[in-house]
Structure formats: C-alpha cells, structure tokens
Ligand binder design. Structure first.
Ligand code: SF4
Length: 371
C-alpha cells in the first residue's frame, strides 16, 4: 500500500507533466506557509518543490557558500530546467536562504509567474490583518496574471477538500500513539510527501484506503526496548533519513517537520470569510522556527511529546540553517524539563554522511537504554 504512495511520488514529474498536457496550470511552492487553497481555487495545481539526491553545480554558481543545501538543491532543479513545466513559483519570506532562492529564480529562471509572500513572524491582530491583505493581493494577482476568476465558492470548496486531507493525515498520525504503531516513521514520511505533490482528490482516495487497512489491523504486541522518538528541525523530505534512524532500533512516532505535522496539523475554519479564515490558519498554524514567541512552540512540542509517549528527540538541522540551529537551546531546555534527552544532528540536505549519522544515533540509543 505504501508502495503506491512511493511510486507516485517518485514519478511526480511525469504525473505533473501529464496534468500539464491536460491543460492544468502548475504552481510550485516552497514553504508550508503558502496558501495552496487559493491556487487550487484558481483551477491550478499546487505542488511542493523539493530538491533531489545530486550535486548542485549550477546553484553553487549563483548562491553564497553559506546558503543551506536544501535551498541549493531546489534552485538546481530550476536552473537545470527540470521544472520548466511550471507556470508559477510561490514562496514566502521564510528565511534569508529562501529569499535568495527567490531572488535568483526571479532574475535567471523564466517561470512565467513568480511571487514571494511577506509573512509576519508573530500572530498579533495587526499581523493577521496584514497577512489577510497579502492573501487578498495574491488572489488578485493570480486572477490578473492567469485571467481566471477565484470565487468565494471555489475557495470554500478548496478549503473543504484540503481540510479533508488534513483530517485524514491527522488520523494517520494519531495511530502512531499505539505501541507499537501500525506504520513506521519512514512510511509516514513517504505518505506525507506524496500528499504535497499529487492532486488532492486522488491522494485522498489512496489515504482513505490506507487508513481503512491500518485501522482494521490487529494490534501488534509491544516491541520491548525500541525507544519511541520524535524528529524535529529543518526541511526533511527524504524517508530514507527516517529509515536510518529506525534501522538503528527505534520507532519514530512523532515529528515537528514542515514535511510532516507542520503541513497539515491545523484546519481552516469553514464558516468564515474564506480569505480571512485562510490568513488565520496559515499565520497561527503549528509554527516553525521563524515564528515568535518560541515559548508557544516549546509548549506545543512538549504536549506532543507527552501525548505520543516520546522517550527521546532527534533534532536535525541542515548546515547553515540559522533558524533551526538558533532556536535549538530553547527547544532543548523545554525537553530537559520533561527529562527527555535530545540528540542534535547537523546534516546536509543530501544523504551524504549517513554513516556518521548512524553512529551518533546508536550512541544516543545506548544512552537512552541506560536511563
Ligand atoms: S532548511 Fe533552514 S535555512 Fe534552509 S530553507 Fe529551510 S529554514 Fe531556511
């Protein structure tokens, strides 16, 4: 069953090109703060841009050497024309690295429509009003550029569809509270990644049948000695990284990742003005390291760790990711309060250095077992 998600995800460029051949416009997005529903309500297909397991010689020529390797890898996909089928690129001002990605894309890649949304860092009332204006402008720009109409009715339908997908993903995540969970962390990562690129309608059907099978499975007997871990931090879209962690003898049962729970945890209110509801959801959704104050994020992470019975945390951050590396001491202090050990791993977006990662995780496990 997971193979289907994996196959479709791995075949995503072919699927996207197929949609394009049917006349669908394709908008690639980079950050989970981009309101996919507005794009979808315009009759277009939003999908997440990720990099791939290869070197980035073209991007290296355009970016400073201290730009993170995720950004570099995404830009490489643009520069080498793997994404030339895209009708638009949309991102937010997530971090300085993504801003530079946008700058270079804007100047050197001929994607017809390019947009960077200005997203506030706090959730105050004035920030909410500002973000709502930003979404109103985005809607108007899309209408103008693509000569389409984005009606309130279409927005509400898209919100419903995306909420449905989010609720199913949350149901999947809640199964991970079981001991042992009926699905591995690696598999969950694969399922979520597919959801970010495939058309939601077909994806929801796949997800529903996966849930049916998982929920009707006989509970397995607890696996003694396999610590339950939570993975937190920078962009992590490769299920193999989670597999490396689990192959060391652990169960990854929760996460705080933009390719995980941060993508779908919160719903959009359906009985409100759609743009206001979207601005509210995207501004106050499960926060990433760019949002302030960090205290509310720490509180949320502690609650999640307790609910999912987490015994250890892997905090991975991509080299030069100042956002996630900078906030680490605050997050660690939160878990220290609960007596949950945290392992910090610095890594590259590519899987190079997996051997060293394995050794660090094994040492962490030994420490957990001794506790
Ligand atoms: S991994 Fe960190 S530095 Fe790179 S794009 Fe994401 S937030 Fe920015």
């Amino acid at each position: 069953m997971i193979e289907e998600f994996e196959a479709q995800y791995n075949n995503r460029y072919q699927i996207l090109k197929g949609l394009k051949a049917q006349g669908k416009r394709l908008i690639g997005w980079v950050c989970t703060y981009v309101p996919e529903e507005i794009i979808h309500a315009a009759g277009m297909h939003p999908f997440r841009i990720v990099g791939r397991e290869s070197d980035t010689p073209l991007a290296n020529a355009y970016l400073y050497s201290n730009i993170c390797s995720f950004t570099r890898s995404c830009l490489e996909e643009g520069l080498n024309r793997n994404l030339s089928f895209m009708d638009g690129l949309v991102t937010t001002n997530t971090c300085d690295h993504i801003r530079r990605l946008y700058d270079v894309w804007f100047k050197y890649i001929d994607t017809p429509y390019k947009k960077i949304l200005a997203q506030p860092c706090t959730t105050s009332q004035s920030c909410l009003s500002y973000f709502k204006q930003e979404f109103i402008q985005f809607r108007e720009e899309l209408q103008r550029h693509f000569q389409v109409e984005i009606t309130d009715t279409a927005l509400k339908e898209s919100i419903k569809l995306f909420n449905h997908m989010r609720s199913l993903l949350k149901r999947l995540y809640l199964l991970r509270k079981l001991d042992p969970p009926p699905i591995s962390g690696e598999e969950v990562c694969q399922v979520v990644m597919a959801g970010m690129v495939l058309p939601k309608e077909g994806y929801i059907t796949l997800l529903e049948s996966l849930l049916k099978r998982l929920e009707s499975r006989q509970p397995r007997s607890p696996k003694n000695g396999q610590p339950r871990l939570m993975v937190i931090g920078s962009e992590l879209d490769n299920p193999i990284y989670i597999k490396i962690i689990e192959d060391s003898g652990t169960l990854v049962v929760a996460d705080d990742l933009c390719c995980g729970s941060r993508y779908f945890w919160d719903l959009v209110e359906e009985d409100k003005d759609p743009i206001e509801a979207l601005a509210g959801r995207y501004l106050t959704k499960m926060p990433c390291a760019r949002m302030h104050p960090s205290s509310s994020r720490v509180l949320l992470l502690k609650t999640l760790a307790q609910e999912f019975n987490v015994e250890g945390v892997i905090y991975q951050s991509i080299k030069f990711c100042d956002l996630h590396a900078g906030i680490f001491p605050v997050i660690k202090a939160g878990f220290d309060d609960l007596g949950i050990p945290v392992l910090k791993l610095e890594r590259e977006y590519l899987l190079a250095g997996a051997g060293q990662t394995k050794t660090r995780i094994q040492a962490f496990l030994e420490m957990l077992k001794e506790q």
